[in-house]
Ligand binder design. Sequence first.
Ligand SMILES: [Cu+2]
Length: 330
Amino acid sequence: MMMDWLTTTLPAHMQQSTFWMPPQASSASSHVDVVFYFIYWLSVFFFVLIVGLMTAFVFMYRRREGHEAQKTPTHSTILEVTWTGIPLLLVFVIFYMGFKTFIDMKVPPANSYRINVIGQKWTWGFQYPNGYIDGDLHAPIDTPVELVITSDDVTHSLFVPAFRLKMDAVPGRYNKVWFKAVHAGEYPLFCAEYCGTNHSNMTAQAIVHEKGDFEAWLEKASNFVETMPLPEAGQKLYKIRGCAQCHSTDGSAGDGPTFKGIWGHKVVFRDGSEGVVDENYVRESLMDPTAKVVKGFDAIMPTFKGKLRDKEITAIIEFIKTLSDNTEEQ
Ligand SMILES: [Cu+2]
């Protein structure tokens, strides 16, 4: 009953963006917007009423010749009951609309499709039921999707304005929220909780697929390590698994060392010891990033232990090899 209300699909004309709001791409959008516009027009109404009366009274009762100031009446029960009663009623209406929508958005329908969301400085990982992790949120249209959200480091917040969806990603906790996308397309996705240097780059896309397209996308995407040439698969992993947030491929400095030309070269660590960038070193950097910390950098790299399969690590190694400026050293 309550759920039917939220799962109804919106008519096309309601899915457009307005001056205040992005397009209504989920079934909850219109309900959130109704609350917003109700409060908005209520505020406009009372603003005009109060400021209008104030201005009128200032003019009407200004001091002038032939008008004596009169004694002000101190108490009017009718007036006080009215100006307490009406706002009370209004806030109850607002509370009801807001709370009902909030509860409905919190409690997913039983047959929801589940996607695990992991926030990490400074990328999002969306893990589909088959284990595949993508950097974007892909969802089938007209299907309730439940998101189970957590964080690997600090508090982040998943925000998809077009879905009117925002939920904190808190380390050590699983927050749930659900949506039903009603309009195919790509919508911006943000982190809405300041989480450090690259917070503003912690963006992704929420992609709503037409019926049937989603399954095809997932199958193709999940198999990329098997189907793509390894260096290309490595490059894709570099992008979707967030390495790009800290490691450049063009030699420019970031939060981590560039990948350009490191293959086969010497590295100096914080404690003064040295090493060479080879397969084992890259693997160790991913599994246990704090084991050897490169000199001049902070130990901020998250561990990828349990998050990258062997084949994926090999692909990343092959990708780093292609960035070497000195091919003989491979
Ligand atoms: Cu964040």
